[in-house]
Structure formats: C-alpha cells, structure tokens
Design a binder for this molecule. Structure first.
Ligand code: SF4
Length: 317
C-alpha cells in the first residue's frame, strides 16, 4: 500500500492574515521602519523575514515612539480606539491591518450595547481581538468569558435568593472570530437558562468567521482519512496547538510541530496516511518544507494542490 500525505482542504494563512501581511509588506521600508503593536503573526520565521524588510514589533505605541519609530501598525486582530488616538496624539502614522471580519464584530458589539444589551464576548479575555471588541463597546456593561463561571452572575434570573447575582434583562453574546463552533454553542446553551427567564432576553450572534469554520470542518474530514496528524505552526500559536488537540480528540496521535526537522521518525511507524494541517499564521513555504520532508520517509506527494487565496476576492459575509 502506498503511503500517503493528506493535506487539509483549508489550512495555513486565513484570508484576513494574508490581507494584513500584504498591507504591511507593501508598507515595509528599511529607511522608515514601521512597528506593529504586538506580533503581526505568531510565526518566528515570518517575524524575522519582516524585520529585514523594515517591519519590527513593539509592545505599545509609547514603546514604538520611544524607539524612534514614526509609523505604527495595528495587527489583523484589531485594537481599541485608544491605540489610534495614542498614535495620532504622538504624530505617528498609523497603518491599520485589522481584518474586516473583526471590524464587523467591533461594530456589532457597539450596536448591541447601544440597543441596551449587556455584551458578553465569548473568548479569551487576554486576547487582543477580544480586548479590542470590549474597548470599542465603550461600556462597563461588557465582559469576556470562556466559561459560564467567568460571568459576573451566579444565578438564573428571577430566583431572588440571598446572595444571588442575576443577569440583567437583556444580554447579547458575540464570539471571538477564531473560536470553536461546538464549544460556543455549549456556552450559549448554558447561558440561555440563566438569562431567558422572568422576561429575560438573550441574543446570540455567531461571529466565528467563515475561514475558521471551514478549517474546523476540514480538520474533521482530515481526521477521518488519516492515521496521524501533524499540525504545523509556531510554538506560540494557540490555534495550531488547538488543531493538534482536536486531532487527539478524534483519537489520533497528533503533533504540533514548528518546522520539518521537529518530526520524530518514530511518530511515522505504521502510519500509512499522514494528515497535515497548519495554523492560521503558518506560511505556505513552511508547509511545503514539511511535505517535502515527509516524502523522504517514502510518502507519495499529496494529490491536492497547495492552497492559495486571491486577496482581491472578499469573502461573502
Ligand atoms: S481568523 Fe477570521 S477574523 Fe481572524 S483574521 Fe482570519 S479571517 Fe479574519
């Protein structure tokens, strides 16, 4: 039997990251370097490559200004309004690479707050995207939560028990764009009985982006066809770690690797079909390297073309 490499149908850079990299690369200039606030992408190879093109990283606008940068950039995850105001007040040029699908969630959050909803952002409270959505909502009536226990309430509405902190009458939930659809549904399923009692209203907005959903479905398909899975991405890339985790949840040995050399040949013992996927910030050439490396272990080249996206085609949302 021929040993096969099976590529996930959706993997690697998402449309928003490709767009952000395209904007930032065009703006790159070694004479007038630009500092992205936070990593433009969680991939050490790309970070190095960008540095050589005059694109560096700073933790904040003030740090960039202190280091003499005259141009700063917002990453694809977006940021609250304070960042652009800060850049403006310091006379710095601002390059905004926020993914339009993130901007859409920021605007939706604002709208829901204006309509009187308490805003719950399902996601990681430390993540720049979630922090940006909350900052744009410009209210104290907004919270980030990944579990029901993270919410500021401890009882369903209308219980009236002593010590009970009940949700307000109107609650709306949006999601961080990269979250898992099944887990988001589980979260809102737990929230609904807390809010939708005693005249309460819960508005659920599934803002997980389409590229993320497509990737999750592609991984499911890949798991059905493979004996083991390699998830390629920077060690700091949580979405790559998550891909490997999901692979394991399907009962398959799954490994998070940063580059081809990380593959332990022992992992491939008895593996006829090796599935390959990659995180949203993994460059195509790193994926291609892994594929070439696997071929040296006797795997046939994958019959799928390496995926690519046309930056001029906006996804339909
Ligand atoms: S994961 Fe989705 S929202 Fe985030 S940058 Fe990519 S396309 Fe945009």
């Amino acid at each position: 039997m021929t040993k096969q490499i099976i590529l996930a149908e959706e993997m690697g850079y998402c449309w928003g990251v490709r767009r952000a990299l395209d904007i930032i690369t065009k703006a790159g200039d070694v004479e007038r370097p630009v500092a992205t606030i936070g990593d433009v992408i969680h991939n050490p190879q790309i970070v190095e490559r960008l540095k050589s093109q005059g694109i560096d990283t700073a933790d904040s606008v003030s740090e960039a200004a202190e280091h003499g940068f005259q141009r700063v950039a917002i990453t694809a995850h977006g940021a609250g309004p304070a960042r652009s105001e800060d850049a403006k007040s310091r006379g710095l040029e601002l390059i905004d690479t926020t993914c339009p699908l993130v901007t859409k969630v920021q605007r939706l959050g604002q709208k829901l707050v204006r309509q009187g909803y308490y805003l719950v952002v399902y996601g990681d409270g430390y993540h720049p995207e979630v922090r940006g959505i909350i900052a744009w909502s410009d209210t104290s009536r907004a919270v980030a939560a990944k579990h029901i226990e993270d919410l500021p309430w401890n009882a369903p509405r209308g219980q009236g028990e002593e010590g009970a902190i009940e949700p307000p009458r109107k609650v709306a939930v949006v999601s961080q764009t990269t979250k898992n659809v099944a887990e988001f549904l589980k979260f809102v399923g737990e929230l609904a009985p807390m809010v939708a009692r005693d005249g309460g209203e819960l508005r659920i907005c599934n803002t997980i982006c389409e590229p993320t959903s497509l990737r999750q479905n592609a991984l499911k398909k890949l798991a059905r066809e493979s004996d083991a899975i390699l998830a390629i991405g920077g060690k700091k890339s949580s979405n790559t770690a998550r891909l490997a985790e999901v692979g394991r949840s399907y009962g398959l040995p799954s490994y998070h690797i940063e580059r081809a050399e990380d593959i332990d040949p022992a992992w491939l013992d008895g593996v006829d079909n090796i599935g390959v996927t990659a995180g949203a910030s993994t460059p195509d050439d790193v994926i291609a390297d892994v594929v070439r490396h696997l071929q040296t272990f006797g795997y046939a080249a994958p019959d799928t073309e390496m995926l690519d996206y046309d930056l001029n085609v906006l996804p339909n949302f």
